[in-house]
Ligand binder design. Structure first.
Ligand code: NAP
Length: 434
């Protein structure tokens, strides 16, 4: 028998557990640990609430959790309740699948002013992440800015633009829905430090902006190279750029505008005790395709600034860490003897949810090569972990507990919503009578 601890129950953790279960069959016990009693990580807390079809992938993870030999152990924080080194004494291998929940810093003056938030915080706020329930982003001004030209920037701009009716069918949390419904924001400037050809937005997600009830995407075609230059782009990127060009042809009048401001590099965020504007430098592309400042500056008004410029994985004591990449130092998923990393903790914060599947399978193959499926050890696995946690007064939860929480959330859903999420840790535990 082999015992594996997968730390983190997001997509990377579940795909790895699935792969290990397939590779080892009855010869393995796989525990998926999470610091919360609720699983699915990015699916629950990161994927936009109005993208329910993406969230539906959790049904596949349910099947994994229900597989014999696979267990969900929630409410256990690795690094606080138990150390990685301790897990390695109990399990044959430990797989870090903790994602990249921290916002990358802008590194410009004013980024700590009230009114400036990172996308992890803002997305966590509307998705019911307990760390960000109290964020209370300022929505009372008329201007907001979103920094970055990736899919997260699109999510944030779209969420800021939608009407309450457009959230029907979503699982946006009540506090965010209410606040967004009262929002005075009418102009959302999306700042990209490079041009339309360099966006990191995918066509489907970009296309959604063209169909909003009360908001219009605005582009300036003078930012674009000649149309023939689009031919050199790879097909997906060409499609995104075509969609951007089409935005310029929309003739309609709506209450809100999402302005794409390209070649715009934030220099500082300024205001009297709180964000009021971003000082931006006009850029041009350098020889390597990077952003080079031109020296020309201008102001973009914004009382709310959401920086969507990527994420990093938190470091864990004793685990080799790549400061520049914001992820664990690893070689094709291997961090150290019997210690592995998968998903964003391995690769950095890029790729879709589906990217984590081959990633998890690859690392499972690596583990199987290091400890062949027919081999065994006499490590205690979950039994040892539970004894250790008990001695520390930590009460883990299991998959049945999660189903209880889920049923309660579904039971209290407002009309048109699949669930009304609990947004605090103590609410989850209360639901379980703890
Ligand atoms: P991302 O795709 O890496 O985009 C980050 C953006 O931030 C880039 O436009 C980058 O510009 C910009 N940026 C970085 N540092 C900056 C700085 N200092 N100042 C100004 N701009 C800066 O990251 P993401 O949007 O966080 O998304 C993470 C991953 O999740 C991506 O793979 C994304 O596709 C995926 N995702 C998918 C979906 C979906 O499928 N619906 C939704 C959300 C996220 P440069 O290019 O110039 O560096």
């Amino acid at each position: 028998m082999r015992h594996f601890a997968v730390v983190g129950s997001g997509p990377a953790g579940f795909y790895t557990a699935e792969a290990l279960s397939k590779a080892y069959g009855e010869n393995a016990r796989i525990d998926i640990l999470d610091r919360y009693p609720v699983p699915y990580g990015l699916i629950r807390f990161g994927v936009a609430p109005d993208h329910q079809s993406l969230k539906a992938v959790s049904k596949r993870y349910d099947k994994v959790a229900e597989t014999a030999g696979v267990d969900f152990i929630g409410n256990v924080c690795v690094g606080r309740d138990v150390a990685v080194a301790e897990l390695l004494e109990l399990y044959d291998a430990v797989i870090l699948a903790i994602g990249a929940p921290h916002d990358r810093k802008l590194g410009i003056p004013g980024e700590d002013l009230p009114g400036v938030v990172g996308s992890a915080a803002f997305v966590g706020w509307y998705n019911g992440h307990p760390d960000f329930t109290g964020l209370d982003p300022p929505l009372g001004g008329t201007h907001a800015a979103v920094i970055g030209n990736g899919n997260v920037a699109l999510d944030v701009a779209r969420i800021l633009s939608k009407t309450a009716q457009e959230f029907e069918g979503s699982d946006i949390v009540g506090h965010a829905l209410e606040a967004l419904d009262q929002s005075a924001i009418r102009t959302i400037t999306i700042l990209g430090r490079r041009g339309p050809h360099q966006i990191a937005m995918t066509p489907k997600e970009l296309g959604e902006l063209g169909h909003l009830e009360d908001a219009l995407p605005v582009v300036d075609l003078s930012d674009f190279p000649p149309r023939e230059a689009d031919d050199a782009l790879e097909p997906g990127q060409r499609k995104s750029v075509t969609i951007l060009r089409e935005f310029a042809e929309i003739r309609a009048s709506k209450r809100k505008a999402m302005i794409f401001d390209f070649f715009a590099k934030p220099l500082s965020i300024e205001g009297e005790g709180r964000a009021e504007k971003i000082v931006v430098e006009r850029t041009e592309l350098d020889e390597k395709g990077g952003a080079r400042g031109t020296g020309e500056t201008y102001d973009v008004p914004a009382s709310l600034v959401v920086s969507c410029i990527g994420y990093s994985t938190p470091s864990i004591e004793g685990v080799a860490y790549d400061e520049r990449g914001g992820k664990f130092l690893n070689e094709q998923g291997k961090v150290a003897d019997r210690l592995y990393a998968v998903g964003w903790a391995r690769r950095g914060p890029t790729g879709t949810i589906g990217t984590n599947r081959p990633d998890g399978y690859e690392v499972a193959d690596r583990i199987a090569a290091d400890m062949p499926p027919g081999s065994s050890s006499d490590l205690p696995g979950a039994e040892g972990l539970k004894r250790l946690l008990e001695s520390r007064g930590v009460m883990p939860t299991d998959y049945d507990d999660w189903r209880k929480i889920e049923e309660t959330e579904v039971g209290r859903a407002r009309p048109g919503s699949p669930r009304e999420k609990f947004v605090r840790h103590d609410e989850w535990l209360q639901t379980l009578g703890r």
